[in-house]
Design a protein around this ligand. Structure first.
Ligand code: PLP
Length: 421
């Protein structure tokens, strides 16, 4: 469920009409709904209670500090994968003891900054990382709380680029080697083992892969405890999928996911962490664009928008589907016609949809991409020298620009000419 509905024939974000925002900030832009963000976060809170738990929002899905603060005010923790994301979480007012640090390539500098700034735990992904962290912590006279991310060799049945839990993926330590690595961790100075971490992928549309992974984690918990490790925390990762089309998809609900967690690991007496990103922010955001041209091609019509693959890369990168709807509600029963919906970037890959049925739209009309709040703005680039687009947060009848559109000068002036030019 989201809070983007037609009212009097005009698509709104909560109580604000999209043409009103477009008039204020220009197109294209991202717009997020506070009510949807809050609702989705609360669904996870409810799904996990009464377990002792922390819902750590995956900052990678949407790192705007206004989004982070919206969630942090409700008690969210944050899952970060770089020191940049860590600093974003801090800038949003999240205390270090609510931030978990994931990722396969943490540098020593990132470790140092996180240890100095305060961190709940590092999710360690390899032995070299473990040893580096021990050295950094020791040099600071600090102790680094850690989990080790285990790779359970489970097929998440999602897009290959976002599946992370198979043994051929770069993530985590093979679960069969976990005892060995925990034994080493227990002996290293500056390291305190607090639990186990697992994350098998993103946009999972079935519960079964989670179940397989979590059962393996439960088994491992018993084994590691018998080995003398204090396993008091389980980080179960993120990955619950969302419906990207309104018609036929029905991914599992957070409540069922919560029940699965209780069933598989609830008896272990551990504090449970989860790291959802997409399910909280995905359907809380739209990308709004204008039609620049309607171009008649060979046997097809191209709708050329002012948004492009640099603003929303998911369709070209993953072949992902986003529902695209006109901002002015079409009259009931109006005939639809197929359009190839594209952006202005000089690549054929800059195609959002092919032969997508839409009611007739023309130059200057506004269209909205649904489900664009996760991995949208966060993955945007300036490819083709297109400045990053603004982000807007709506709260009831209010809206605010939460990231400005840079001017062309701001974009260009970041470059420097060397002395010989
Ligand atoms: N945690 C980790 C370690 C991740 O790599 C990701 C994304 O791939 C997430 C959490 C969030 O996943 P999602 O946005 O699908 O919930």
């Amino acid at each position: 469920m989201d809070h983007f509905l037609y009212r009097n024939g005009i698509l709104h974000a909560e109580d604000v009409s999209l043409p009103e925002i477009a008039a204020a900030v220009g197109t294209p832009f991202y717009v997020y709904s506070t009510a949807t963000l809050e609702r989705h976060f609360r669904l996870f809170q409810e799904a996990l209670s009464p377990l002792d738990h922390l819902v750590c929002f995956a900052v990678k899905s949407n790192g705007n500090i206004a989004v982070l603060k919206t969630l942090a005010r409700l008690g969210a923790g944050m899952d970060v994968v770089s020191i940049g994301e860590y600093l974003r979480a801090k800038a949003a007012g999240v205390p270090g003891d609510r931030i978990v640090f994931s990722g396969v390539g943490k540098t020593r500098e990132e470790m140092r900054m996180a240890l100095e700034g305060g961190i709940r735990q590092f999710n360690v992904e390899s032995e070299p990382e473990l040893r580096a962290l021990s050295e950094v912590a020791k040099s600071l006279g600090a102790t680094a709380p850690i989990t080790i991310r285990v790779n359970p060799d489970v097929d998440a049945r999602t897009h290959e680029k976002i599946a992370t839990g198979k043994k051929e993926n770069k993530f985590g330590i093979p679960i069969e080697r976990a005892r060995e690595v925990y034994a080493e961790a227990a002996c290293l100075p500056g390291i305190e083992v607090v639990g186990i971490d697992v994350h098998i992928g993103s946009q999972l549309t079935e519960l079964e892969p989670f179940e397989q992974a979590y059962l393996k984690v439960a088994e491992l918990t018993a084994v590691l405890r018998a080995d003398g490790h204090e396993i008091r925390r389980l980080d179960l990762g993120g990955g619950l999928g969302i419906p990207y089309t309104r018609s036929n998809e029905a991914p599992p609900l957070p409540l069922d996911y919560g029940a699965l967690i209780k069933r598989t690991v609830g008896h272990l007496g551990c504090e449970v962490e989860i790291e959802p990103g997409r399910l909280i922010s995905g359907n809380a955001g739209l990308l709004v664009a204008s039609v620049i041209y309607l171009k008649h091609g060979e046997g097809r019509d191209f709708l050329i928008l002012d948004a492009a693959m640099n603003d929303l890369v998911r369709p070209s990168m993953y072949g992902a589907h986003h529902d695209i709807v006109p901002v002015i509600e079409p009259a009931p029963g109006v005939d639809q016609q197929p359009y190839d919906i594209v952006g202005p970037v000089c690549e054929t890959g800059d195609t959002f949809a092919r032969a997508r049925p839409l009611p007739p739209v023309g130059e200057g009309d506004l269209v909205a991409f649904r489900s664009a709040g996760a991995y949208g703005a966060a993955m945007a680039s300036e490819y083709n020298a297109r400045p990053l687009i603004p982000e807007v947060l709506v709260h009831g009848q209010q809206f605010a620009v939460i990231r400005e559109r840079p001017t062309y000068d701001e974009m260009i002036n970041r470059d420097r000419l060397p002395a010989w030019l």
